[in-house]
Write a protein that binds this ligand. Structure first.
Ligand SMILES: [Zn+2]
Ligand SMILES: [Zn+2]
Ligand SMILES: [Zn+2]
Length: 358
């Protein structure tokens, strides 16, 4: 597989490496469970693994996150949209394919509108094939009428006529040997190019600078310097409400006390659970400790947060929380500020006023 070319197709569609993994994984599942010969009819597949696929009854297409799935599937088998051709290339479904919502790449190829109509003819008249059409043309040249051809080939005279006048086939009718095993599909490990983080922003307004655990490296820098503050005025408008909703459930007290979490508890009441969407997590809930850390010290992605041994289970006092890897860092001595009022946040409603930590 030409990985860079395939990746480019995904990028051109606004998709990321993780999509390539998901998509390739889905095709691999279909290949190993159904084999390469039959239709991979997503209408018959009901598995969470395929939840990113949508069947569009109107356009009769399978969409992967809104993109044409067959285009992606063809790319994975090294067939890319031909460029610079006079005719508009389109994805042609072979006549042998029996399911509208099939995404088996063996059942598709890049062709033209004419190829499409020919495949439709083949689908409707299974007795026809490229050789038969050549024969039909020969007989026409030998003087047979359309009516005679029609009865010989069991089609209507109109179809016989159009087959005679279709100049392109049978040369380009897509009966080329396209059937291939999909073992050329990338194994998951092959994809090593990092995700493009350029557009990802942490709660604190830092952009595109993340480590392997999804931790914001700008935040890590400030954490190492002992940074600690509860200041809702620094967050963007949408994050402000989330942060406020979080701290509203915390008994904010003095530096030494444990701050009790009053929100949701899970695992038989042993673990805290707080709502906070995170750019590097599929789930939107985390331990209250993690969220407290993110909102007071910095965004640390998947790094684990630990409480003091003496802390209550529900404690989310940021001064009692730490990350083991950052043991050497300066410990915060207190809060720079505790600002839970909303007043300043209204300023950041304007687009370019995304709050930045100074
Ligand atoms: Zn098919
Ligand atoms: Zn950050
Ligand atoms: Zn504590």
């Amino acid at each position: 597989m030409q990985l860079s070319k395939v990746l480019q197709v995904f990028r051109d569609q606004g998709l990321e490496n993780s999509d390539l993994l998901t998509f390739t994984g889905a095709l691999n599942v279909l290949q190993s469970t159904l084999g390469t010969a039959v239709c991979w009819d997503l209408k018959t597949v009901n598995h969470a693994f395929f939840r990113s696929f949508v069947l569009n009854e109107h356009s009769r297409r399978v969409l992967y996150r809104g993109r044409e799935a067959r285009l992606l599937a063809l790319a994975l088998t090294n067939r890319f949209k031909p460029g610079g051709a006079a005719e508009n290339p389109c994805i042609v479904r072979k006549s042998t394919c029996t399911a509208t919502f099939c995404i088996n790449p063996n059942h598709y190829y890049w062709g033209t509108k004419q190829d499409m109509s020919l495949e439709r003819t083949f689908r409707k008249y299974p007795q026809l094939n490229p050789e038969r059409i050549q024969e039909l043309k020969r007989l026409r040249r030998a003087g047979l009428t359309y009516g005679q051809l029609a009865s010989t080939f069991e089609v209507s005279p109109l179809v016989a006529r159009s087959l005679c006048h279709n100049e392109k086939h049978p040369k380009s009718i897509g009966m080329k040997q396209l059937d291939m095993e999909l073992n050329s599909i990338a194994p998951i490990e092959e994809i090593t190019t990092p995700i493009n983080y350029n557009k990802v922003t942490c709660y604190w307004g830092h952009k595109g600078n993340f480590g392997a655990q999804g931790e914001c490296l700008d935040c890590i820098k400030q954490i190492k310097e002992g940074f600690c503050t509860i200041d809702l005025s620094v967050f963007k408008f949408e994050d402000y409400w989330l942060a406020k909703a979080f701290w509203d459930k915390v008994d904010i007290s003095d530096s030494n006390s444990c701050w009790n979490w009053n929100g949701l508890m899970v695992k038989q009441g042993k673990e805290t659970c707080a709502y906070m969407p995170s750019p590097f997590h599929a789930t939107k809930s985390h331990s209250a400790q993690r969220v407290a850390f993110w909102l007071s010290r910095g965004y640390t992605g998947k790094l684990r947060i630990y409480k003091e041994k003496t802390c209550a289970n529900t404690c989310c006092n940021p001064l009692h929380l730490h990350i083991k890897d950052l043991e050497s860092a300066v410990k915060p001595t207190g809060f720079k500020t505790i600002q839970l009022s909303h007043a300043p946040v209204w300023k950041s409603v304007e687009p370019d006023q995304a709050a930045h930590q100074s």
